[in-house]
Write a protein that binds this ligand. Structure first.
Ligand code: SDX
Length: 383
């Protein structure tokens, strides 16, 4: 049994603890740099596609044309969700948050997959690809449920375009596709974040890839993690205009409230993803009549950096993404499912990588309870 003084013998929240090796991605929290397999995120966001980045994360190199065609063919081989699942999603979104519907949807797909009791590498890879191929339709179907509209089925093979087309029932513009594809690339992988860690803990027991992704979705839902994008937008809308920013932020900080979209366990400088999303948020907000929302965000950023910049608290990926998604027409409740639409590639890649040199995750805990042994007293004799 491990006992000892609180806070001095272990890293709360595993802060700073290295729990695995990886070649997939590197988060440089001091210099504000994000790297996928050696490529800077800025270059991939500008020039790549989400499928190509997913291949890179999973297999370690950018694909040749033949490899890319084979990969996208596998993703699209069985990319639809059935009417039974759509009906279940409609019921779920009436009752609870779309992230619960997404978690249920992945569980449903896992329950219907004949391989979901296998754990050899080829089966885990096949399950991950099948699930990833269905994700655009799954998240789009949740969006349609939220809107109270029927499911749309598109024959579009491109991950980004299919999602947008099945979400809104019409082809996206080139700019909308570019912005959304960039957001998907930016959110794809990010070191040992809570939801990635959750997926890896699950796969380390040799459970199946559907279960690992279900664990990840359950973890991403929380407002300290993926749920922050929805809350950050709600806060901006509550502030309403740049002139209110200083007063409201000061009040919140005095009450020790966390300002959603700021701060990070690893980045102690501006999140490089937020820099890119901010540019798109500005352009989209101006084009869609949300300029005041963007100006409010800029003022909140100025106030927060002024107050907490010296403590290493800056905008993170969730601060401007909400303005981008709102400007594209999404209900804020869909923002975190959209985060998952991208992060499934990182969850899948890291769980698959970990399986190649698997070791069951099983940390210890500091026992602070009664050491005993205490004498058992029967119920009738207890006072
Ligand atoms: C994501 O891990 C990843 O990589 C995650 C992610 C990914 O791509 O997977 O990047 C995605 O989850 C981004 C983060 C989204 N969450 C939020 O925006 C929620 C608000 N942020 C905070 O809850 C917080 O910054 C965390 C949870 C993100 C990180 O917090 P830590 O490392 O646990 O730091 P902490 O809570 O111990 O804070 C240290 C100090 C505290 O003040 P003191 O007690 O020392 O006086 O900084 C303060 C905190 O109160 N602080 C904040 C703050 N974040 C930290 N104060 C106000 N607002 C904030 N946002």
């Amino acid at each position: 049994m491990i006992t000892g003084n609180q806070n001095t013998d272990y890293a709360r929240g595993l802060e700073g603890v290295v729990a695995a090796e990886t070649r997939i991605g590197f988060v440089d929290g001091i210099n504000g740099r994000l790297v996928y397999r050696g490529y800077n995120i800025e270059e991939l966001a500008e020039s790549s596609t989400f499928e190509e980045v997913s291949y890179l994360l999973l297999y370690g190199t950018l694909p040749t044309k033949a490899e890319f065609e084979k990969f996208t063919a596998r993703l699209n081989a069985d990319n639809r969700i059935d009417d039974h699942l759509f009906k279940a999603l409609q019921e779920c979104t009436k009752a609870s948050h779309p992230m619960s519907a997404l978690r249920t949807g992945v569980s449903y797909l896992g329950s219907m997959d004949k391989d979901s009791n296998k754990y050899d590498l080829p089966s885990q890879e096949a399950m991950g690809l099948r699930l990833m191929g269905k994700f655009p339709s799954l998240v789009a179907a949740i969006n349609r449920s939220l809107q109270g509209k029927p499911m749309v089925r598109s024959n579009e093979p491109n991950y980004t375009v299919r999602f947008l087309e099945e979400s809104f029932g019409k082809k996206p513009t080139e700019f909308e596709t570019k912005v959304f594809r960039t957001a998907l690339i930016l959110h794809a992988d990010h070191g040992m974040n809570a939801s990635t860690f959750a997926s890896m803990v699950t796969i380390s027991t040799l459970s199946d890839m559907y279960s690992a992704i279900t664990s990840a979705i359950a973890s991403l839902k929380g407002p300290l993690h993926g749920g922050a994008n929805e809350q950050a937008l709600a806060n901006l809308e509550r502030i309403g205009s740049p002139k209110n920013a200083d007063n409201i932020i000061s009040e919140m900080l005095e009450k020790k409230e966390k300002i959603m979209g700021f701060g990070h366990r690893v980045y102690k400088v501006y999140d490089p993803r937020a820099k890119i999303l901010k540019e798109y948020a500005k352009k989209l907000a101006e084009e869609t009549g949300h300029s005041e929302l963007f100006e409010t965000a800029e003022e909140v950023e100025r106030v927060m950096i002024n107050k907490l910049g010296t403590k290493g608290i800056f905008p993170n990926v969730d601060f401007y993404s909400g303005i981008v998604y709102k400007s594209l027409g999404f209900d804020p409740r869909l923002f975190t499912p959209i985060f998952a639409l991208s992060r499934i590639s990182g969850w899948f890649a890291r769980s698959f990588e970990y399986l190649h040199d698997n070791r069951l995750f099983r940390p210890r805990s500091m026992y602070k309870g009664e050491v005993g042994p205490l004498k058992y007293v029967p119920l009738q004799d207890r006072k």
